[in-house]
Design a protein around this ligand. Structure first.
Ligand SMILES: Cc1cc2nc3c(=O)[nH]c(=O)nc-3n(C[C@H](O)[C@H](O)[C@H](O)COP(=O)(O)OP(=O)(O)OC[C@H]3O[C@@H](n4cnc5c(N)ncnc54)[C@H](O)[C@@H]3O)c2cc1C
Length: 451
């Protein structure tokens, strides 16, 4: 730590500015002490609280009233919005930040996805941001002092047609050049890794697979909660039940937002609302090249451990992993029409389960427990948008479609840099102008079906 009242140095070496004065303690020397950080979670803390009937746990994040003005407002307390706020504070010392959420934090797609993490994309720009994200997941629990249950259990994308074999071999070569560790494996290796798989199915036998050993899963809510706690700890305001209903401009520049809890001013605005990005852009007076669709998933009843890697079968269109509770977590496809309905539908259950039963015959006797849906934001090239916009001071982070959970830390890192400095190497290729210039980042193989 440097001087009293100046910069706080976290355990991992990152710096954050002190919290607002309401959170500081004044000590007798007359200097202001640095902020009082939340108590760290640790084995010792668990033992301490066990001894006193868990009466001493602090609230993980504050629930403040909105202030009149912030330097930065982020709309959307999903993973991407919270990660953006976190890296604004951690990497750039910008902490006069509010994250506005119309529902509850993590209640959008972040809390509804099937938690797959991988970085085996084809194009260089994608591999860079997804691999940055994957590598940040490796130490996220330590960085946030919050157990996000990152489980790099390994992930296979099955090749079940000759076309997929060629496609995934090409991706493995591209990944080798990009420094992303993947390999194309034989059907026998697939069987060794996943004993319950049927590799000689009648329609689509398994011909190989793209294997990423450090791909896997993490607990989705915990990612949102961990970032929220760290942001709150830096003095940022996370304001739930606060819907943005309008964007206020002075000529070509943003000056604030109207919300269900009153008007709030800001110098910069980050729109990070996934399937509602078009709605917010409309409020700000511009359009985005996005479509919104419902994407669905379901889980089975819990069973004993039977599959310890993530398997994606993109030809038959289904993918599966097993949660720590024992449920099989199963992902389906998007609706065939644009909509804002945040729910599942019956025909998808049937299609998805039918597809998977061919590859995993043993699941035919399982009961399915729950299904749900989220509203995903799809671009034409299936790559995200991290960009300045026609309105000065407004930035957008969207278009992650069916596969943005894995990108949360990398996306937040790049978006924070873009908002703080006006440019970010990781975000460079993902600007809105690519749609004008026809400079698409085609990830339809890596992200069109797969999540
Ligand atoms: C069923 C399903 C399975 C998926 N599986 C995977 C997977 O396995 N792996 C993977 O990498 N990705 C997956 N995804 C995609 C991933 O979930 C998303 O890309 C990612 O969570 C998007 O995060 P976000 O923060 O951008 O959006 P969200 O988490 O949706 O957050 C946006 C927030 O903005 C809020 N908001 C909207 N409008 C307003 C407003 N006017 N005012 C205030 N707040 C507003 C919403 O309430 C919401 O909380 C899946 C998605 C779904 C639906």
């Amino acid at each position: 730590m440097s001087q009293l009242g100046a910069i706080v140095t976290h355990r991992n070496g990152a710096h954050a500015l002190p919290r607002s004065s309401k959170n500081k303690k004044t000590i007798q020397t007359g200097f202001e002490a640095p902020e009082t950080h939340m108590r760290r979670y640790s084995a010792f803390a668990i033992a301490r609280e066990a001894a006193r009937y868990h009466s001493g746990w602090e609230r993980a994040w504050a629930s403040p009233q909105p202030k009149k003005k912030y330097d930065v407002i982020i709309v959307g307390a999903g993973g991407h919005g919270l990660a953006t706020a976190y890296y604004l504070g951690k990497n750039f010392g910008i902490t006069n930040v509010a994250v506005l959420e119309k529902g509850w934090l993590g209640g959008g797609n972040t809390g509804r996805n099937t938690t797959i993490i991988r970085s085996n994309y084809l194009q260089d720009a994608s591999a860079a941001i997804y691999e940055k994200a994957r590598s940040l997941y490796e130490t996220m629990s330590q960085d946030l002092n919050y157990n996000v249950m990152f489980s790099p259990r390994g992930l296979i994308m099955l090749a079940q047609t000759e076309h997929e074999v060629r496609g995934y071999q090409r991706t493995a070569h591209a990944n080798a050049l990009q420094g992303v560790a993947t390999e194309f494996i034989t059907p026998q290796k697939v069987k060794d890794l996943v004993p319950i798989i049927n590799i000689s199915g009648p329609r689509y036998p398994v011909l190989g697979g793209l294997w990423q050993q450090r791909g896997g899963t993490a607990r989705h809510d915990a990612v949102a909660w961990g970032y929220a706690r760290a942001c709150s700890d830096m003095g940022m305001d996370i304001i739930q039940q606060c819907e943005v209903t309008g964007v206020r401009r002075d000529g070509g520049k943003v000056v604030g937002v109207d919300t269900s809890r009153g008007a709030i001013d800001c110098d910069k605005l980050g729109i990070v609302v996934a399937g509602h990005s078009g709605v917010l852009a409309d409020m700000a007076g511009f359009r985005l090249p996005l479509e919104s669709l419902a994407l669905q998933a379901l889980v089975s009843e819990p069973i004993k451990p039977c599959i310890d890697v993530v398997v994606m079968a993109n030809t038959v269109h289904g993918y599966m992993s097993q949660s720590d509770k024992g449920e099989l977590v199963i992902g389906g496809g998007t609706d065939g029409f644009n909509n804002y309905t945040q729910r599942g539908s019956f025909h998808h259950i049937e299609e998805t389960v039918r597809a998977l039963v061919e590859t995993f015959p043993m699941i035919s006797r399982l009961k399915m427990l729950r299904q749900w849906g989220g509203i995903v934001d799809m671009t034409g090239d299936r790559s995200p948008i991290l960009s300045k916009t026609p309105v000065e001071g407004i930035f957008v982070n969207c278009g992650w479609g069916t596969g943005g959970f894995k990108a949360i830390p990398g996306s937040g890192w790049a978006m924070a840099e873009l908002m703080a400095k006006g440019h970010s190497p990781l975000a460079e290729e993902f600007g809105l102008n690519r749609f004008k210039e026809g400079r698409f980042i085609d990830e339809s193989v890596a992200a069109g079906v797969a999540h």
